[in-house]
Ligand binder design. Sequence first.
Ligand SMILES: Cc1cc2nc3c(=O)[nH]c(=O)nc-3n(C[C@H](O)[C@H](O)[C@H](O)COP(=O)(O)OP(=O)(O)OC[C@H]3O[C@@H](n4cnc5c(N)ncnc54)[C@H](O)[C@@H]3O)c2cc1C
Ligand code: SF4
Ligand code: SF4
Length: 374
Amino acid sequence: MTNPLLKHFNDPFDNESGLPVPNREINTSRVKRHTGVITSLEKLTHDTFELTVTYDGIGFVEAQAGQYGILEVEGIDKPRAYSFAKAPCLENPNEVTFFIRLVPGGEMSNWLVQPNRVGQKVIVGGPMGKFRLDKSDKTIVCIAGGSGMSAINAIVEQAASRKLERDCFFFYGARAQEDLYLLAEMEAIAAQWHPDYKFTFVPVLSEEPDHTDWHGARGLVTQYFKENFLDTNKIDITNMKAFFCGPPAMIDHGALILKAAGLDEDDIGYDKFEDARSPAPVINNSKCTVCDECLLVKPVANCIVESSMFSYRETGITSLQRVSPGQTSGAYYNTLVINSDECIRCYACIDACPHDAISPTNDLIQKTLRVSAV
Ligand SMILES: Cc1cc2nc3c(=O)[nH]c(=O)nc-3n(C[C@H](O)[C@H](O)[C@H](O)COP(=O)(O)OP(=O)(O)OC[C@H]3O[C@@H](n4cnc5c(N)ncnc54)[C@H](O)[C@@H]3O)c2cc1C
Ligand code: SF4
Ligand code: SF4
């Protein structure tokens, strides 16, 4: 819902000065926007779909396994982030694949999985994110849940096709057998893995009824991994890299377990599926050096704006004057503000900031040198 106090973020004219506000489109070399069409849509489970987009081929930038794209479609005002679900080396030319989980009441996911979507135009922004395979020879430990299969599938496909000389354990969390998919593909990856190393896929079900034919692992995927592989030293904590993908709660729990066991934060990588329920990040302007890195990756035009002045109450920002070159004084004012109404929670700006100035846990009252409390 739009916050009426922040309405002026999106107005073409500044609400206080009446000056025109520059239309800062996505003017960056880091986030390319590719037009394409949906060329196939297939059901993977009762609520998860494989969607393929074919680009028109112009300016195509190949992603790395683990990265994500920003999908825009006509009629939905905000784009959403979706991870690339196949290793780029295995995609058809100019094609990208996504795994989309249908979120009850979710605007974009419901739009995407309608049967008549094949042939519809979409725009894919990206590639985004720093989540990808590292170059070490440490054991790869992947933990994914739900449609978090996407980025991890891309990563293990890439590792298998490059015949990496590393062991790999992939723990996949789902509710029940009906939520499992890509089982045959995981067997194919195991067969394709470097012959001197091992790929182990472990599906873990949290809500499978007792009296079924399921004889595999049960419980919460992160807890199962801890009790059966970490605590029993089947995986050596001193020689592993963790790759998480999926729901934020699963990733936070997994990271907590690994840190408590002594794994360095640098050895934990993740692709968190933040969504509309996640908090928008906040910029701490006393740390910000106005290096522009966040502005270069932002996937929507007005999620981060340059302001020359703003006021706040405890409830948040009450008025804001946007920078208008040649109109407001000075070019830059050391005051960047995130508009939580425009933000799609992709957290790309957090990844991009070299000064650790952006975080969803920063105070909601923006820290700046030019702010007045009213
Ligand atoms: C980096 C990144 C990568 C992502 N990759 C993928 C991917 O590969 N596949 C994928 O399916 N999704 C992925 N997501 C999530 C995706 O961006 C959307 O948030 C998701 O599809 C919901 O969008 P929506 O428009 O359908 O729901 P919205 O219209 O945004 O939300 C509608 C309602 O549903 C609630 N809601 C939103 N998400 C969920 C949820 N997961 N469960 C329960 N309720 C929810 C909201 O609070 C809201 O009330 C990724 C997110 C990020 C940040
Ligand atoms: S998380 Fe950052 S980059 Fe992503 S939409 Fe929000 S403000 Fe923009
Ligand atoms: S990336 Fe960080 S330091 Fe650079 S402009 Fe954005 S908030 Fe400021």
